[in-house]
Design a protein around this ligand. Structure first.
Ligand SMILES: [Zn+2]
Length: 162
């Protein structure tokens, strides 16, 4: 079992704290249909830091996800290497910042940040929206079955789910 770690954002940033852990891909329920299979786990590091007068959390993720190809629905072994910095801001400031999205990503400076939810958010943002095998390398079995159906009907079927 994996614990559900909570961290105090500002305390982390002020004191340069670090948390290392591993997260089971099975527990990342929001990935859902993006995955061909939910084997394995990802390593994460959450690090607090201060850059000039900004307090931040840096979230780094590494490992392998088995994504589903949007062309043949086969499996793609996708190496994950994501590092994101999130600026800690007060709850009141969060409302103001919402509009200008060219700014750095922000997170509410809560004293109880759910690390696993944070890791899941950053993973979802960091993964490709519609992953595909490189051109010409899709699974031939599945492609054969699809013919003469076009890629459009595959897409249409995918869309029906949403
Ligand atoms: Zn494919």
């Amino acid at each position: 079992m994996f614990a559900q770690p909570l961290i105090d954002g500002m305390d982390f940033a002020r004191n340069g704290r670090e948390l290392h852990g591993e997260i089971s891909i099975k527990s990342l329920l929001r990935l859902g249909d993006m995955l061909a299979k939910s084997d394995g786990s990802l390593a994460y590091v959450v690090r607090g830091l201060r850059v000039s007068d900004r307090y931040m959390l840096e979230v780094a993720l590494s490992g392998v996800c088995h994504l589903r190809c949007h062309r043949c629905l086969g499996e793609i072994e996708y190496p994950v290497g994501i590092t994101t910095r999130l600026q800690l801001v007060s709850a009141e400031k969060m409302d103001e910042i919402d509009a200008n999205d060219d700014e750095m990503e922000c997170i509410e400076a809560s004293s109880q940040i759910d690390v696993l939810a944070l890791v899941e958010d950053e993973l979802i943002l960091g993964l490709p929206f519609a992953p595909k095998h490189p051109e010409g390398t899709c699974s031939p079995d599945i492609e054969g079955l699809q013919q003469p159906a076009s890629a459009f009907s595959v897409l249409a079927n995918l869309k029906k789910k949403y």
